[in-house]
Design a protein around this ligand. Structure first.
Ligand SMILES: Cc1cc2nc3c(=O)[nH]c(=O)nc-3n(C[C@H](O)[C@H](O)[C@H](O)COP(=O)(O)OP(=O)(O)OC[C@H]3O[C@@H](n4cnc5c(N)ncnc54)[C@H](O)[C@@H]3O)c2cc1C
Length: 475
């Protein structure tokens, strides 16, 4: 029997009288991935539940009627993780956004999945604590989305990824059950860590409703510093030495700026680049008690001065202050219709410099040598490439050509193309997933998918191949 969406809307309004449900065309348009903003939304219905029971009932209904469901957080992922391969019901989780429990003694917080990172952080800061997950997108990204993509923020070296902070998790699965996995303790060896199944699962196995996370007391002091290097290679070795000396900063970003971007910088900064002979700049951050921060900053200075030159302090201070508004900082570029296309790779440390050379060669082949930048974001293997491209047909075509070769190179070097943001609809073709995680892991993942979501209604086409092949754009 063919049932149109109108029938579903009516049936769901009856089944979930308290949930917000809409099939209004204008509202549906808001439910599309950032990277597909120019395409029409494939959401047919939006449901914003106010309770776990409603999520459960909705999943049961969609499963019975074979309706695809996309669990929707802040909508900030950058890889099309909210674009399943068929039309879908957007399960907007942002109505479930409470902080449920905070323990000053256990150093834990229990939050609902739709709470933004900023909301949780503000709540904790008032009580002298921090979540330790500090992504650039903290104002809009939700904790459910952060766990579902195992996001990594500015403080990754100190606290790990969002997934590393999870102690226990509550998840709704399509057969209507609500599973609680893990407990408020830091360690148990009584079974595999079951909550991990949902970390990085990109909404394909269940809907995260709630999580208990590790928290930490706010640091008493912090300090930043900046260094200029004549090459990326020098910067790489300098960070390596910091790591070896036990001086890994609690946050850092370092990398090159392409000439197309330098040209658009204010005159004073262009002069600084020239004066210090900057090819790569590194900003570092330490936090802790005042004495400790002072000692580490001084030791880092001694070490880094052997590789590069110290920059005026205001640049590093400004980086830290503005770390959540990166895109706004690039207004000069936006004015020139230049947009950043970022590839967050993770490459084995001993291959990062090889990757750097190869990416340069690939960029040169595509005549993008003035438009490529290379960075390390809070870890020696967290190698990121950004292309500064004009938003034009030619720009996009060269991006695709670069991307194809770059992906293949990263896989040759045993790295991943999805350090953060997941594979999404952009990269979820079988060929790429198999290269990313290996055949054995993919087989196991598919078995888990069949167990937890046998009708393939949760984000079909993302990460785990169902009856169709994913890979909306790239393979
Ligand atoms: C300006 C900007 C800066 C960014 N900075 C960073 C950064 O520093 N570090 C980083 O790692 N990422 C960053 N990102 C990417 C993005 O913000 C993160 O991946 C973020 O964690 C996604 O959270 P979200 O709530 O927006 O998820 P969404 O985009 O809504 O969803 C992402 C995926 O998770 C699934 N999902 C969402 N909620 C749930 C749930 N409750 N249960 C099950 N599945 C769910 C969705 O179905 C989808 O597949 C940035 C993005 C932007 C636009």
């Amino acid at each position: 029997m063919v049932i149109d969406m109108n029938t579903h809307t009516k049936a769901l309004k009856k089944l979930l009288p308290k949930a917000i449900i809409t099939d209004d065309k204008a509202e549906l348009e808001a439910y599309k991935d950032i990277i597909y903003v120019h395409e029409p939304s494939r959401a047919q219905l939006v449901v914003r539940p106010g309770s776990y029971e409603e999520v459960s009932k909705l999943l049961g209904y969609c499963d019975r009627h074979n309706l695809a469901v996309a669990p929707w957080g802040g909508g900030t992922n950058l890889s099309g993780s909210l674009t399943p391969s068929r039309s879908f019901v957007a399960l907007d989780i942002k109505g479930l956004n409470k902080v449920l429990d905070f323990s000053e003694d256990n150093w834990t917080v229990t939050v609902q999945a739709g709470a933004t990172i900023e909301k949780i952080e503000n709540y904790l800061n008032k009580r002298g604590f921090t979540l330790g997950h500090d992504p650039w997108s903290k104002a809009s990204a939700t904790i459910g989305g952060a766990i579902a993509l195992d996001s990594a923020g500015n403080l990754y070296p100190k606290y790990g990824s969002a997934g590393d902070l999870v102690l226990s998790i509550k998840v709704a699965v399509v057969d209507g059950r609500i599973l609680t996995l893990g407990g408020p303790i830091s360690k148990s060896s009584s079974s595999p860590r079951m909550s991990c199944l949902f970390i990085g699962s990109a909404g394909t196995l269940g809907v995260i409703l709630e999580a208990t996370m590790k928290i930490a007391p706010l640091a008493a002091e912090h300090a930043t510093s900046g260094y200029a290097f004549s090459s990326f290679k020098k910067m790489f070795y300098a960070i390596k030495e910091l790591d070896k000396a036990g001086l890994t900063p609690q946050s850092y970003i370092g990398g090159t700026l392409p000439s197309v971007a330098i040209k658009l910088q204010p005159k004073t900064e262009q002069a600084l680049v020239k004066m210090l002979g900057i090819d790569s700049a590194l900003f570092i951050y330490y936090e802790g008690n005042a004495e400790d921060v002072k000692v580490r900053l001084k030791a880092a200075k001694n070490l880094l001065s052997g590789f590069g030159k110290k920059m005026p302090d205001k640049y590093a201070a400004s980086w830290w202050e503005n770390r959540h508004t990166y895109f706004e900082m690039n207004k000069e570029l936006a004015d020139e219709n230049i947009h950043l296309h970022v590839f967050d790779f993770c490459i084995p440390k001993d291959m990062v410099l090889t990757a750097y050379t190869r990416m340069d060669e690939i960029a040169k082949k595509q005549k993008l040598e003035k438009r490529i930048s290379h960075s390390l974001f809070s870890a020696l293997d967290a190698y990121t490439v950004a292309l500064y491209l004009e938003d034009s047909k030619e720009g996009m075509a060269s991006l695709r050509r670069f991307e194809k070769e770059a992906i293949s190179e990263v896989h040759n070097l045993k790295g991943t193309i999805a350090r953060t943001h997941g594979l999404g609809s952009l990269y979820s073709s079988r060929a790429i997933i198999e290269k990313e995680i290996g055949k054995d892991a993919l087989d196991l993942l598919e078995k888990m998918k069949r167990t937890l979501d046998p009708n393939n209604i949760l984000n079909p086409g993302i990460l785990i191949r169902g009856h169709e092949d994913g890979g909306k754009r790239r393979s």
